[in-house]
Design a protein around this ligand. Structure first.
Ligand SMILES: Nc1ncnc2c1ncn2[C@@H]1O[C@H](COP(=O)(O)OP(=O)(O)O)[C@@H](O)[C@H]1O
Ligand SMILES: [Mg+2]
Length: 370
């Protein structure tokens, strides 16, 4: 009934678990042993560089790709040998994958017709979902007569009408322009809030990952680098890869050795290190990580990290200053407001060691004491 909120059907929310999941194409192993839990109703985002295996992992969960080793569990059931159509999942692709010869209504109804759902029930569901996604005025159109954003709404609608146990999204917003992406991002989050389903969402977009996820899984080269809430990954990256991947612009890295509680750089300059929270071993090779917003021009002349300004971006409300150190490291400063620094100027930089990160240079692992 209009205006009446239906109680959420929790039987449609499933937990997902991957145990030692691997995938090889021919001789090439592209998923190299992934263990993962996604809780009921959780919004889980997979991020990682292009080619790291995000889509392959999603397709293995969906059943579109078979599993070379390990187990995929949905609820209490191992689904390795269950065909895609029987897993109770729905996938939304970047390319929309709508049937071009069908109207929007037919595209939305098709999956339910296959399940032999009664006609009247299909019509009611399609109308309800179309209203939810604001495509109720487009039901008689064909995909070619829709904008990119409208097509993606139809693709999402088609997943919603099937009432899946888990939604799988593979970079669904990548083909949309920036403004529409922001709008759809909010809509998918609201949809999750309203339906409460477990959702797995693949993206390479930092902002999508940070703003939409309950849990982010950072993948690299077929392996999980770290799993955690967005701010957990941002504040406590477990290794250099996650530190460099989460956060934009990227974290600055300076490597050297520990000497008397300071970082001794290759050229002899010394930079302050965190005084607590990390295990420091005199003489060990470490990499100091400083977020661009934690690096700033030093108060006193001639002290701090020496660098030369190479380029500047003034956005009005914020400034980005790109500089190079004598050892050839590129560093980025993100300053609030407008800057009067000039290209070519030599600057001394300082940072707040209390919010810095520290890694073992040999294995890339964080030196944070837990
Ligand atoms: N059907 C396939 N046959 C052979 N190699 C594949 C196939 N699908 C994906 N790959 C390879 O697996 C790796 C992971 O791909 P993919 O999962 O698409 O990465 P991502 O989605 O993270 O960009 C890539 O090296 C890709 O070339
Ligand atoms: Mg992909």
């Amino acid at each position: 009934m209009a205006g009446e909120q239906k109680p959420v059907d929790t039987s449609r929310r499933a937990r997902l678990e991957l145990r030692g999941v691997k995938k090889s194409f021919g001789g090439a192993e592209v998923i190299r042993g992934v263990d993962l839990h996604v809780e009921q109703g959780e919004f889980c985002v997979f991020v990682g560089p292009s080619g790291c295996g995000k889509s392959t992992l999603l397709r293995m969960i969906s059943g579109l790709e078979d599993i070379s080793a390990g187990e995929v569990r949905i609820g209490d059931e191992v689904v390795n040998d269950i065909p895609a159509a029987e897993r109770g999942l729905a996938m939304v692709f970047q390319s929309y994958a709508l049937y071009p010869h069908m109207t929007v209504r037919q595209n939305l109804s098709f999956g339910l017709e296959n399940l032999r759902t009664p006609r009247a029930e299909i019509a009611t569901k399609v109308d309800e979902v179309a209203a939810m996604l604001q495509i109720d005025g487009l039901l008689d159109r064909r995909p070619k007569d829709l904008s990119g954003g409208q097509r993606q709404r139809v693709a999402i609608g088609r997943a919603v009408v099937r009432e899946p146990r888990i939604f799988l999204f593979d970079e669904p917003l990548s083909n949309l322009d920036a403004e529409l992406r922001v709008e759809m991002r909010g809509e998918i989050s609201r949809l999750h809030g309203r339906l409460g389903n477990t959702m797995i969402y693949v993206t390479h977009d930092q902002v999508e990952a940070m703003t939409m996820a309950d849990k982010i899984v950072v993948l690299r080269d077929g392996r999980v680098e770290q799993t955690g809430a967005p701010l957990e990954l941002y504040n406590r990256p477990a290794n250099l890869f996650v530190a460099g991947f989460i956060g934009s612009p990227r974290m600055n890295f300076l490597s050297g050795s520990v000497e008397g509680g300071r970082l001794r750089l290759e050229n002899g300059e010394a930079v302050r290190l965190p005084e607590e929270g990390f295990s420091l071993r005199e003489g060990s090779a470490v990499t100091l990580g400083i977020r661009p917003n934690h690096l700033f021009p030093a108060a006193g002349e001639g002290s701090g990290l020496h660098a030369t300004v190479r380029s500047i971006e003034q956005l009005g409300g914020d400034s980005y200053i790109y500089a190079a150190t004598p050892t050839g490291d590129q560093v980025t400063l993100h300053r609030p407001g407008q800057t009067d620094l000039q290209i070519g100027t030599d600057v001394y930089l300082d940072h707040d060691p209390q919010v810095a990160h520290l890694f073992d240079s040999t294995n890339g692992q964080s030196l944070r004491q837990v």
